[in-house]
Every structure is written in structure tokens, then in C-alpha cells.
Write a protein that binds this ligand. Structure first.
Ligand code: AMP
Ligand code: MG
Length: 506
């Protein structure tokens, strides 16, 4: 098939000096220029007009030029590039991986600063290994919706601009069809990029160059730091701690927290077999392939710390001293604990009363209050999202009912005992029910992208109806609003959802 020359009028203004190009010129083997493989008979599945407008590209997605370019059937003056990275997969060194199906079109100037624009699923690259370089429509719809859902929840994430489908058959467990996702982020740099250079570059100057680039791209506050590698490592540890607390609070399970899937900027990256908790089980494993439960919900914060160790090892040639590298990631623990306490307090509508009371005692007490609620929720398999949302309506006024949330528990006496402790804690800060409910509704979402919601959109899309993808995108863009979505969107998952399995195969 011939490459059509797309109409690029109104297209993103590509920067002349993209870092990938600069690094590719300086570091042999770092990246490869790789034209996309043409996609037959492309059609739009979804266009995120709201994001396009945010980026200053309003209207551009409506033109044919955009379809050709984002299908991988267009031509750019330069690039696109696939980059090399390595990583640890399921705790084991996996060696060279790389962008096996992602191509960086370039960097675009936007009102949000320079953003990298990537096509995912645009064909084979020098790093594809045994893979076909494609992504299937099913998993692409999941990534498209979840990237935007996470962003709307307030959780840092790569974003999704558009999704193009094609009748091209793609073999996974069954034969499916291909899709190309366009995603944007300040950078798609991963922990694995650092591990790759640490393993392959003979001269640590290469690693140093990557540190410098990462600081320029995502950590401007570190410019001029005396020890840039150690400073960056610590900053990454702190951002990762904050991200983990947000994942845990939202009940989000990533599913494949390999070091090649962790963003150096602390973004949620590479949506595969992710899931949101339904009936609460801290050991919940969302990835069917993860039989040992390495990436179970409760283990995510520990795994992130493990991954930070891998990053620390990669930066050792620059940091020089193992103790200094360990010292740089050590603050992760306290930062995570602090962010998690703040998140549980917010979910429970509790204020940090600061100096008014014994602060340590209060912290202990608040942590224990959250832990006890989670213990009861796990024991009674309460729905994670619904329980916290209903807790927003918990009333302390004399004679008020706590029925809506109490109904979710089987062990009612245990819930009542907890509710009495909770009410006493709320009384400490003279909390007003109505005001607290508003605050809690801003952190306890009404709608999250449960597997069955994504599955509904996928099944309709397989029949050529993409309306549900668009509808869900709009619902998930306002996850905290009481009037967002239908009762079914915000309700318990249907029985059939228990049998849905998602795996690494995408
Ligand atoms: P993931 O588990 O999706 O993060 O992928 C791990 C590695 O496999 C990355 O290097 C991907 O680029 C690569 N990969 C995954 N799926 C494919 C595919 N269909 N074709 C080529 N490479 C792939
Ligand atoms: Mg990946």
C-alpha cells in the first residue's frame, strides 16, 4: 500500500529539536527511525475532541489528514522513532525490550508545554522481537478510556487523543482486529530506558545525557543540581510514592508493574490488564497472567519501591556509591506513608487537625480507623467504590441514618462499632455532614472504569457501534459528579463481569 501524504494544515506544530532525535544522534543504538506499517481501510473509533482543544488542536481531528497520520498512513518530514529500553519483568531481568509497537511522531508545542505524540500499534520496529507490532481494538479501547478516566480522577497519566480502527486481522488467543492509539505525554521515558543505557552503554556519559534530558523534560526544579543523578532518583522516588498513594486510594490495579512500564515522570503508563477493585480484596490480581500475584493491589506500593531499587542500580555508575543511591530512594517510604494517610483521611472526610490535638496520636488513630474499615470491607467483600461513595453520605446528627452504607456490610455489629468510632472522630473536628459530604464526593468517585463497562463498549465496537466509547469517555471525564452516568454505570458489577479475564495479551 502507498503512503498517502496527509494534509497537515492545522496539525500540531512539531518541534525542531526533539530530545529523541538529539539523543539518537548522540547515542548509537538508542533509537531507530521507523516508518509505520500502513494500516488498511482505517476508520475513526474515537476522537478526544476535548483533549484536542486543550492542546490547541481543536478541529484538527475532524480532517482527513489527521486520520491518515494517526493511522500510520501519513508521512512526516522526520522520524518517527522507536526507542530502545530494557527492564525487569515479573522480578526477572528481561534484557532488551524497547518500543515494539510504539512510534514517537515527535514533540508538539502545546499550551501545556512540549508533549510527545506516540502511535501505539503502528507496526513492527527493530525492537518488536517476536511481536507483530500491532495492538488489538479491545485493548486499545481499554487504554483510550482508562488514560482519560485516570486523568479525570486527578491521577497523573499519559493521555489518549484518538483511536483508529481497521479490518486488519490480528492474531491473539483468537483473531481480532487492529487499532492504532494516539497517546500524548510530557515524556514516555521509562525506568527501563535508564536500565538499558546502564547495561549497554560503555560510557556513563550516555546515562548522564539521559539524566540531563529527563531533568529538562520533567524536573526543571533540579536544573543545576550538584548531584543530578541522585537528585533525579530522589525526585522520581517521591513522585512514584505520590502516584502509588493515588492508585491505592482509587482502587486502581495496574497489573504489569514491570520496570519498563514505570514512567520516569511518575505518570500512569502502559494500560494493559489493569482493573479497578470491585468487591474489596486487598490481594486482588487483575492480570490473569500474574499467577503469583506479584502485582496484586496491596503489593503495588512495595513493587514500586522494588522498581526504584532497579532504577537506583541503573544510576549507580553516576551516583558512584551504593549507600548514596539507597539514601536517595529511602524517602519513598515516608512519602508514601504520608500521602496514603492524607488520602485515607480525604476519603473519610477527616481533616488533619494539626497542632490542635496530639498530632501523632491522631495520625495513629486515623490510620487505624481507615485500616479497620478496610478490614471489614475485605471481610464482607464490600464494593470498594460504592462503599466509599456511600460513606460520603454518612450522617452524625442525632437520629440520622447510616443505612445506605451499613447495608453493604454483612457483619452489621462490627460496622456499627466502627461507625461509632468514626462518628466520635468526626465530632472531634465538629464536622458538618453536608459540607463533609461535598468534600468527600470530590475524592470518592461515583464512576470508575470497571472491566464490565469497558467490555460493554468493546462488544458494541466489535459490531461497528462506537457510540458507547464516546459515551463512556464523557461519563468518565466527570467521575465525581452526582449526575454523571447512569445508575448502571455507578452500580454493582453484573454477575457476568466476574468471569471477565484480562491478561498481558493485547
Ligand atoms: P507490555 O507487557 O505491553 O508492556 O510489553 C512488553 C514489551 O513487549 C514492550 O517492549 C512492548 O513493546 C513489547 N510488545 C508487546 N506487544 C507487542 C506486539 N504486539 N508487537 C511487538 N512488541 C510488543
Ligand atoms: Mg509496556
Amino acid at each position: 500500500m502507498e503512503l498517502a501524504t496527509p494534509d497537515l494544515r492545522g496539525a500540531p506544530a512539531w518541534r525542531r529539536q526533539g530530545w529523541v532525535r538529539t539523543l539518537a544522534a548522540e547515542l548509537p543504538g538508542w533509537a531507530a527511525v521507523q516508518p509505520p506499517q500502513p494500516l488498511p481501510a482505517p476508520h475513526w473509533v474515537a476522537r478526544n475532541e476535548a483533549l484536542a482543544a486543550e492542546l490547541g488542536w481543536a478541529g484538527w481531528l475532524a480532517g482527513d489528514g489527521a486520520l491518515a497520520l494517526l493511522a500510520g498512513n501519513g508521512a512526516l518530514a522526520e522520524g518517527p522513532w522507536a526507542t530502545a529500553y530494557s527492564g525487569h519483568q515479573f522480578g526477572v531481568w528481561a534484557g532488551a525490550l524497547g518500543d515494539g509497537r510504539a512510534l514517537l511522531l515527535g514533540e508538539a508545542d502545546t499550551p501545556q508545554g512540549p508533549l510527545e505524540v506516540q502511535l501505539k500499534g503502528a507496526g513492527r520496529t527493530p525492537y518488536s522481537r517476536m511481536g507483530d507490532g500491532r495492538a488489538v481494538l479491545r485493548s486499545s479501547i481499554r487504554e483510550y478510556l482508562c488514560s482519560e478516566a485516570m486523568h479525570a480522577l486527578g491521577i497523573p497519566s499519559t493521555r489518549a487523543l484518538a483511536l483508529v480502527g481497521s479490518p486488519l486481522p490480528v492474531r491473539r488467543e483468537t483473531v481480532e482486529t487492529a487499532a492504532v492509539l494516539t497517546r500524548v505525554a510530557p515524556s514516555f521515558l521509562r525506568f527501563g530506558h535508564f536500565e538499558h543505557l546502564a547495561h549497554t552503554a560503555e560510557d556513563p556519559a550516555a546515562l548522564s545525557r539521559l539524566v540531563q534530558t529527563t531533568v529538562e523534560r520533567g524536573y526543571p526544579e533540579l536544573a543545576g543540581a550538584a548531584e543530578p543523578a541522585a537528585a533525579l532518583l530522589q525526585a522520581v522516588a517521591l513522585r512514584t510514592a505520590a502516584l502509588m498513594a493515588q492508585w491505592q486510594a482509587a482502587g486502581f490495579c495496574h497489573g504489569v508493574m514491570n520496570t519498563d512500564n514505570l514512567s520516569i515522570l511518575g505518570l500512569t503508563l502502559d494500560y494493559g490488564p489493569f482493573g479497578f477493585l470491585d468487591a474489596f480484596d486487598p490481594g486482588h490480581i487483575c492480570n490473569h497472567t500474574d499467577q503469583g500475584g506479584r502485582y496484586a493491589w496491596a503489593r503495588q506500593p512495595q513493587v514500586a519501591f522494588w522498581n526504584l531499587h532497579a532504577l537506583a542500580r541503573a544510576l549507580l555508575p553516576l551516583i558512584g556509591d551504593g549507600d548514596a543511591a539507597l539514601a536517595a530512594i529511602e524517602p519513598y517510604k515516608a512519602a508514601y506513608a504520608e500521602a496514603m494517610l492524607a488520602a485515607w483521611r480525604a476519603k473519610l472526610g477527616l481533616r488533619d487537625l494539626g497542632g490542635l490535638h496530639d498530632p501523632d496520636g491522631l495520625r495513629e488513630g486515623d490510620r487505624a480507623l481507615a485500616d479497620e474499615l478496610l478490614r471489614l470491607m475485605a471481610q464482607d467483600r464490600c464494593d470498594y467504590t460504592i462503599t466509599f461513595r456511600r460513606l460520603s453520605g454518612f450522617e452524625t446528627a442525632p437520629g440520622a441514618s447510616t443505612q445506605a452504607v451499613r447495608d453493604l456490610f454483612i457483619d452489621r455489629p462490627a460496622f456499627d462499632a466502627w461507625a461509632a468510632r468514626y462518628a466520635a472522630r468526626l465530632a472531634l473536628e465538629s464536622s458538618l455532614d453536608a459540607e463533609r459530604a461535598l468534600r468527600m464526593n470530590r475524592v470518592n468517585p461515583k464512576v470508575v472504569l470497571r472491566n464490565h463497562l469497558a467490555e460493554g463498549a468493546i462488544r458494541r465496537a466489535a459490531g461497528g457501534d462506537f457510540g458507547e466509547v464516546d459515551r463512556l469517555l464523557k461519563v468518565l471525564a466527570r467521575p465525581y459528579d452526582e449526575d454523571s452516568g447512569t445508575a448502571a454505570d455507578a452500580g454493582f458489577p453484573p454477575d457476568w463481569a466476574q468471569h471477565l479475564e484480562v491478561s498481558c495479551s493485547s
